[in-house]
Ligand binder design. Structure first.
Ligand code: CAA
Length: 258
């Protein structure tokens, strides 16, 4: 598949890298770039050689939000019939772990697509914000929901109502971001984390990601039951047998992802 707005590469150790690449528009997320991102993610998800996916932009900008120019003349009916943000839920059906490597602006839809990833590694220049209120709108791709779950009500309210931006250190302190590194290192560090994740059993990683995500949907009791069933399910896999044998035999496991 040839892409026009993203660059897709594979990195050492079973890592698939998707780089948003609309530099003149600061990676504004129009229908083309989101379709290409989700298509590339689906391809990596189906590729047995890939164990972890990295979504990134440039050092200057991760993504400056949904494409304001594309939306500027839309009516409510246009938005409803086009229903672009439902298409974004394609990302929540990706089974493999996804890490966002964020440097520079992650605003509006840029912050939202980062939050749809499973972990975020930031450079020291990263800036997270939901500035939609300046445009007379509100976040439409998870900003009021995922952000609130990540940083709590008070900070989410301030970000969405007063355009408060979080720098990388604040984002880490509030639990939005896993790690912060100097801009020269954040990508290498993200790739190292991605390699570590990709080196695990893919079936165990898949059921682990699924169980953690269910914690946002289910009561504690239902979530614990869900976790327990996934745990028991893994006892039917070759990787579970291999992982335990390798521990007992004091060697590294060789995963079959089966
Ligand atoms: N949509 C479309 N184009 C955008 C864009 C966006 N979200 N963000 C930046 N651009 C374009 C600018 O229009 C400009 O294009 P031209 O050169 O053709 O004029 C180019 O990118 C460079 O931008 P600036 O000149 O503004 O660059 P800057 O360095 O001065 O400022 C910025 C950078 C602070 C990120 C500023 O561009 C900005 O505030 N962008 C908009 C951020 C925003 O409001 N995001 C929310 C969008 S709505 C949304 O995301 C809804 C949702 O929930 C999904």
């Amino acid at each position: 598949m040839t892409y026009q707005t993203i660059i897709v590469e594979t990195a050492e150790g079973g890592v698939g890298v998707i780089r948003m690449n609309r530099p003149k528009a600061l990676n504004a997320l129009n229908g083309q770039i989101t379709d290409e991102i989700f298509t590339a993610m689906e391809a990596f998800d189906a590729d047995e050689n890939i164990g972890c996916i990295v979504l990134t932009g440039s050092d200057r900008v991760f993504a400056a939000g949904a494409d304001i120019k594309q939306m500027a003349d839309s009516s409510a009916t246009d938005m409803m019939l086009g229903d672009d943000f439902t298409d974004w839920s394609r990302m929540s059906r990706i089974n493999k772990p996804i890490i966002a490597a964020v440097s520079g602006y992650a605003l509006g839809g840029g912050c939202e697509i980062a939050m749809m990833c499973d972990m975020i590694v930031a450079s020291e220049t990263a800036q997270f914000g939901q500035p939609e209120i300046n445009l007379g709108i509100l976040p439409g791709a998870g900003g009021t929901q995922r952000l609130t779950r990540a940083v709590g009500k008070a900070i989410a309210m301030e970000m969405c109502l007063a355009d408060r931006r979080l720098n990388a250190e604040e984002a880490a302190r509030y639990g939005l971001v896993n790690h912060v590194f100097p801009v020269e290192r954040y990508m290498d560090e993200t790739l190292a984390l991605a390699r570590k994740v990709a080196g695990m059993s893919q079936v165990a990683a898949r059921l682990t990601k699924e169980a953690i995500n269910q914690s946002f949907e289910l009561s504690l009791n239902d979530g614990l039951n869900y976790e327990k069933k996934n745990f028991y399910l893994l006892f039917g896999t070759e990787d579970r047998q291999e992982g335990m044998n390798a521990f007992i035999e004091k060697r590294k496991p060789t995963w079959k992802n089966r």
